[in-house]
Design a binder for this molecule. Structure first.
Ligand code: SF4
Ligand code: SF4
Length: 370
């Protein structure tokens, strides 16, 4: 691993253009030798959905990466395991499965016969394919995340944990720092070898599943997930130290001790920073007066950001109920498609908003009745 991060401007999902820019990033950041090796490509398929929603890594980026790896003599496998899907899932709505069929890359079902790896604390289920490949190339998407504010390279590794077992980790690590520590633990145990972030179309607002697509026109790459996430979150307008995964990884000094060690290649970084990217409001970003009162007055704690169900949009698919690690959601016994939140059980992991495909879960501050 080195500390190089390369960014290239790329305005459209044109296969030739994307391929050329990714090849350049790979060369500048000294991507690994993949000749004759089995390489797993791991896009972000949070919910299998239309690429224009900017929820998943775009299939053209996946295809360009497969082409690049195959041109270097790799045998390519592709997979991801969204939290709401179990065994047998294929990424067809996202177009990624079709890209595999076209290119000859093998689609892998992560939920089939998963294995286990040791973390700092305990063990976790993991896609068994990681033991059958030599190299992992991770393809995160440039977007917001309700819990950890910005989802990037470090967070994308979570997709190697199969399906619903991911949600259990939210129950075990029920606040953003603890969850970020777990994500860094996971990357310590199984870190992909190279990262290409799809920032051609990013997502602002209530990401990672229900935000607003925004043209960023960028492809980013690095072999160092922390360096990549620091640069990407800075471009989104965050202070990179406010992103808890960055802060935890930096505090451990594992992959880098400070942002000053990053070797950057690309357009002037300051010119890429967005001033109007709609960020996730940081907890603790309220005024000093509000924070003071929050610490002392119980009722103000009821103003925390929480899931708010928009009943008219609900189609009763039950995905939020299946994924909720705290069993905090039930269906109303008498009303159709009417989800009920037991607020005092909710751990604010926001998995329900990630999986809802009907815009029926918003994350916002709402007074929860006294
Ligand atoms: S209700 Fe939503 S935010 Fe709360 S614990 Fe369940 S999945 Fe997480
Ligand atoms: S809120 Fe969304 S995920 Fe939950 S049941 Fe309704 S449509 Fe499905």
């Amino acid at each position: 691993m080195n500390n190089k991060v390369a960014i290239r401007k790329c305005e459209v999902y044109d296969l030739t253009e994307v391929y050329n820019q990714i090849s350049d990033i790979w060369q500048k950041c000294e991507g690994p030798d993949v000749s004759g090796k089995r390489v797993l490509v791991k896009p972000n398929i949070l919910i299998d959905s239309d690429p224009l929603k900017a929820i998943c890594t775009h299939p053209v980026v996946v295809e360009a990466v497969i082409m690049l790896l195959q041109s270097k003599g790799a045998i390519v496998l592709v997979g991801d395991s969204p939290g709401a899907y179990s065994r047998g899932y294929t990424g067809e709505k996202s177009g990624i499965f079709q890209v595999c069929q076209k290119s000859g890359a093998e689609w892998i079902d992560f939920a089939k016969d998963p294995g286990e790896i040791n973390l700092r604390k305990g063990k976790i289920k993991i896609a068994s394919v990681i033991k059958e490949v030599d190299i992992i190339v991770s393809l995160p998407k440039f977007k917001n995340h309700g819990l950890v504010y910005f989802t990037g390279a470090i967070k994308n590794t979570l997709g190697l944990v199969p399906g619903f077992t991911k949600a259990k980790q939210h129950a075990l690590h029920s606040n953003r720092i603890s969850f970020s520590e777990f994500l860094v633990d996971l990357n310590e145990a199984i870190m992909p070898h190279f990262f290409i972030m799809d920032g051609i179309l990013g997502m602002e607002g209530p990401g990672p599943g229900q935000g607003i697509p925004i043209k960023m026109g960028l492809l980013l790459g690095s072999s160092n997930p922390l360096a990549l996430d620091i640069i990407a979150s800075k471009i989104a307008g965050y202070n990179p130290n406010d992103i808890p995964t960055n802060a935890v990884a930096l505090s451990r000094g594992l992959w880098m001790k400070s942002a000053g060690e990053i070797i950057f290649d690309g357009p002037e970084l300051e010119s890429l920073i967005s001033n109007d990217f709609k960020k996730i409001p940081l907890d603790g970003s309220e005024s000093i007066v509000v924070r003071f009162l929050k610490n002392r007055m119980h009722f103000l704690k009821k103003m925390e950001r929480r899931p708010v169900f928009i009943h008219k949009n609900c189609i009763g698919c039950l995905d939020c109920i299946k994924i909720c690690p705290a069993n905090a959601i039930t269906m109303h016994p008498k009303k159709d498609n009417y989800v009920v939140l037991t607020d005092n059980k909710c751990i604010r992991c926001f998995c329900c908003s990630e999986v809802c495909q009907s815009n029926a879960v918003e994350i916002r501050r709402k007074f929860f009745g006294a």
